[in-house]
Design a protein around this ligand. Structure first.
Ligand code: CO8
Length: 258
């Protein structure tokens, strides 16, 4: 399937989605978000795919929701449409692991899309921000919520109230990104991490993702109970036995469910 605003490629068991609207620094217009949602849903349903990577260009992951599209909207419309739309949620609700590979600007909705992924690998030129306050509004797709959970209240307030950007070093120090790599090797490094994940048993990686995500929804005791039960559930997987047998027999695991 061909798209107007994104490019989808497959590398072994990894699905790579590249946001491709260079003339607007990948501003997230309705068309782009619709295509992103469709591509993510297709890769989620594709049995040959074990991990997704979402990326942009060297200059911009995405410079936010499309301001030119939003400027004339009124309260009645955005409320009735429940803007943001469901397409924005597809990525956040994906059950397969997703890595964001961020170079350049990840601002507003761009930062929010990156935070919907399971972790962010940042290029050394990455810049993160929630600058909505500078245009008279506030984040609308997780910027006040996911950012606060990731970096804490002090940094989140600073970002949302001043609209300033965070560079890659500060983002790593603050817990927003998992690692920083040179911009020239961003895709290579993200694909290597994704291939590693996609090389494991798919139900195991999906269960691990679900368990980590639970930490953001429930109390510690409930989270620990959930973890224990899902850990127990891995004993129903043929791959759990295969993984342990492979370790004991000093050989590579031959996963059944990938
Ligand atoms: N929307 C629309 N067009 C944009 C956007 C945007 N967010 N960002 C950049 N562009 C366009 C510019 O208008 C320009 O187009 P043109 O050449 O036609 O004038 C082109 O991209 C290049 O941009 P610049 O010339 O500004 O490039 P610079 O290198 O000088 O600056 C910046 C780069 C600093 C990234 C600058 O473009 C900028 O500040 N962009 C806006 C950043 C911003 O405020 N983002 C937040 C938007 S609001 C938001 O994301 C709310 C999310 C709510 C989620 C729910 C929505 C459904």
């Amino acid at each position: 399937m061909s798209y107007e605003y994104i490019i989808v490629e497959k590398y072994d068991r990894v699905g790579l989605i590249k946001l491709d609207r260079p003339e607007a620094l990948n501003a997230l217009c309705v068309g782009l978000i619709g295509e992103l949602g469709k591509a993510v849903a297709d890769l989620e349903a594709d049995d040959s795919i074990g991990c997704l990577v979402v990326t942009g260009s060297e200059k911009a992951f995405a410079a936010g929701a499309d301001i030119k599209e939003m400027v004339d909207k009124d309260f009645q419309t955005v409320y009735r449409e429940d803007f943001i739309t469901d397409d924005w949620e597809v990525l956040a609700n994906t059950r397969k692991p997703v890595i964001a590979a961020v170079a350049g600007y990840a601002l507003g909705g761009g930062c929010e899309v990156a935070m919907m992924c399971d972790f962010i690998i940042a290029a050394d030129n990455a810049k993160f921000g929630q600058p909505e306050i500078t245009i008279g509004t506030i984040p609308g797709a997780g910027g006040t919520q996911r950012l606060t959970r990731l970096v804490g209240k002090a940094k989140a307030m600073d970002m949302c109230l001043t609209g300033r950007m965070m560079d890659a070093e500060e983002a790593e120090r603050s817990g927003l990104v998992s690692r920083i790599v040179p911009v020239d090797s961003l895709i290579e490094e993200a694909l290597a991490a994704a291939k590693k994940i996609a090389g494991y048993s798919l139900p195991a990686t999906m269960i691990a993702k679900e368990a980590v995500d639970r930490a953001y929804e429930v109390s510690l005791s409930e989270g620990l109970r959930f973890e224990r039960r899902t850990f127990h559930s891995t004993f129903a997987l043929e791959d759990r036995r295969e993984g342990m047998m492979a370790f004991i027999e000093k050989r590579k695991a031959n996963w059944k469910h990938r």
